[in-house]
Write a protein that binds this ligand. Structure first.
Ligand code: NAP
Ligand code: G4F
Length: 358
C-alpha cells in the first residue's frame, strides 16, 4: 500500500486530494497545525466523510525539526506540499508570515525530505499568481514570471527551490502551476465562494447586498477535484517536471457574478455594491492558462465547466444556510450522531456572516 503525506490536508485541495488518494487505496497522512478551535479544523474532511480515514500529525510548516520527525515516522512514497498562507489579499497585511510559511515552509519540506526520505516524490503547490503582470497573453511553462503580491513572490521562491532540489539532489520534485480552482469547499474569503455564499443569502432573504472589489479582474477558473487529479498524475511520471494546470477559458469576476445571480433568477445589478476595501495594492488583471503539456504528457483534462462549478457552489451554499437556520438539538463541538454526518458537516461549513475578510 502506497503512503502519502499531505501538508495543508485541512484546506480545500488537501481534502479533495485526500479523498482521491483514499479512493486509490493509499494510506493517507496529513499535517495539521494546532488550533484553539480544534473541533472545526477538519470540517472539510468531515464534509467529505473521510476524517476518520486519515492519520493526522500535529505539525507546522515553519518547524523543520517537526517536519523531519513526521517525514521520518511516516516514510511516505509521496508528499504533497499544499500548506500555505494562500489568501493573496492577506499577503500585503502579513508579508513576513506569508514569506515564512508559503516560501520558506516549502524549503523546509524539501529539506526534511532530503535529510530523512530522499526517495519520496514531492509535489509543490505552485501558482498562476506567479505570472502576475502577465508577460504573454496565454501563460504556459515557458512564460516568464512577474509576481504582483508578497504571496506571488513567496510562491516563486518555493517554485525555484523545488526546481533547485530536483537539479541539485536528484529529488523527484514537481511543481504544479495551478490556475484558480474552486469548489463548495473553497474558503469564504475567496471571491467565488464569497459570491456564491452572498447569492445564497440574498436568495434566502438573509441579506440584500454583496460588497465586492474589482469586478473586471479575470481568472481561469477550474474545479478543485479536477486539479487534485493533476497533482497525483504528476507524481506518477518517471521523471519530475513542472506543469501548468488550467482550463483555457478566462472569465471576469463580473461574469462569475452574472452566472451565480442568474442561476437563482436574480439580477446582480440590484445587489452588487462596490467597496474599495476589497481592492488590492497591485492587481493581477487577467490569467489564462495553456495546459497543453499536461494534456499531452499526463493525459489530464478538466471535466467541470465554469457553469457546473457555479451551480454546485450556489446549491451547496443554499443547502448549508437552510440547514444552519433549521432549529434542532445541537451536538457538542466535535461530536456527530452515528451515520449522520450531513447534519453536522453543513453547520460547520456554513460561512459566518461575522467573518468578513477585507
Ligand atoms: P487553503 O484552503 O487556504 O488551505 C491551506 C492549508 O494550509 C490549510 O490546511 C491550512 O491549515 C494550511 N496551513 C497554513 N499555514 C500553515 C502552517 N504554517 N503549517 C501547516 N499548515 C498550514 O488553500 P487551497 O486552496 O487548498 O490551496 C492549496 C495550495 O495550493 C496552497 O499552497 C495554495 O497557495 C496553492 N494554490 C491554490 C490555488 C487555488 O486556486 N485554490 C491555485 C494555485 C495554488 P488551517 O486549516 O489550519 O488553516
Ligand atoms: O478569489 P481571489 O481572492 O483569488 P486570487 O487572488 O486569484 O488567488 C487565488 O488563486 C491563486 C491562483 O492564481 C492562488 F495561488 C491563491 O492561493 C488563491 O487561491 O481573487 C480573485 C480576483 C482578484 O482579482 C480580486 O481582486 O477577484 C478579485 N475580487 C474582487 N472583489 C475579489 C473581491 N477578491 C476577493 N477575495 N474578495 C472580493 O471582494
Amino acid at each position: 500500500m502506497k503512503k502519502a503525506l499531505i501538508t495543508g490536508v485541512t484546506g480545500q485541495d488537501g481534502a479533495y486530494l485526500a479523498q482521491l488518494l483514499l479512493d486509490k487505496g493509499y494510506e493517507v497522512h496529513g499535517l495539521v497545525r494546532r488550533s484553539a478551535s480544534a473541533e472545526v479544523v477538519d470540517a472539510r474532511l468531515k464534509w467529505l466523510g473521510i476524517s476518520d480515514d486519515i492519520t493526522l500529525h500535529d505539525g507546522n510548516l515553519i518547524d523543520l525539526p517537526c517536519l523531519m520527525r513526521v517525514v521520518r515516522e511516516v516514510q511516505p512514497d509521496e508528499i504533497y506540499n499544499l500548506a500555505a498562507q494562500s489568501f493573496v489579499k492577506s499577503s500585503w497585511q502579513q508579508p513576513i508570515l506569508t514569506g515564512t510559511v508559503t516560501g520558506l515552509g516549502a524549503a523546509n519540506v524539501l529539506e526534511a525530505v532530503r535529510l530523512t526520505a530522499p526517495a519520496a516524490r514531492i509535489y509543490q503547490a505552485s501558482s498562476s499568481e506567479m505570472f502576475g503582470l502577465i508577460q504573454h497573453p496565454i501563460q504556459s511553462e515557458q512564460t516568464p514570471f512577474y509576481p504582483r503580491s508578497p504571496y506571488g513572490v513567496a510562491k516563486l521562491y518555493a517554485h525555484w527551490m523545488t526546481v533547485n532540489y530536483r537539479e541539485s539532489f536528484g529529488i523527484h520534485a514537481s511543481n504544479g502551476i495551478l490556475f484558480n480552482h474552486e469548489s463548495p469547499l473553497r474558503g469564504i474569503e475567496f471571491v467565488t465562494r464569497k459570491i456564491t455564499d452572498g447569492v445564497a443569502r440574498i436568495k434566502l432573504g438573509l441579506e440584500s447586498e454583496l460588497a465586492l472589489g474589482n469586478l473586471d479582474a479575470k481568472r481561469d477558473w477550474g474545479h478543485a477535484s479536477d486539479y487534485v487529479r493533476a497533482m497525483w498524475l504528476m507524481l506518477q511520471q518517471d521523471k519530475p517536471g513542472d506543469y501548468v494546470i488550467a482550463t483555457g477559458r478566462t472569465a471576469s469576476v463580473r461574469e462569475f457574478c452574472q452566472l451565480a445571480f442568474s442561476y437563482v433568477g436574480l439580477d446582480m445589478a440590484d445587489h452588487i455594491v462596490a467597496d474599495p476595501r476589497y481592492m488590492r495594492p497591485a492587481e493581477v488583471d487577467i490569467l489564462l492558462g495553456d495546459a497543453t503539456k499536461a494534456h499531452e504528457k499526463l493525459g489530464w483534462q478538466p471535466v467541470a465547466t465554469l457553469e457546473d462549478i457555479v451551480a454546485e457552489m450556489v446549491d451547496a451554499d443554499i443547502e448549508r444556510l437552510i440547514d444552519t437556520a433549521r432549529p434542532r438539538h445541537r451536538l457538542p463541538p466535535g461530536f456527530r450522531r452515528p451515520g449522520q454526518r450531513s447534519e453536522h458537516r453543513l453547520v460547520e461549513m456554513a460561512g459566518s456572516p461575522s467573518l468578513r475578510y477585507e
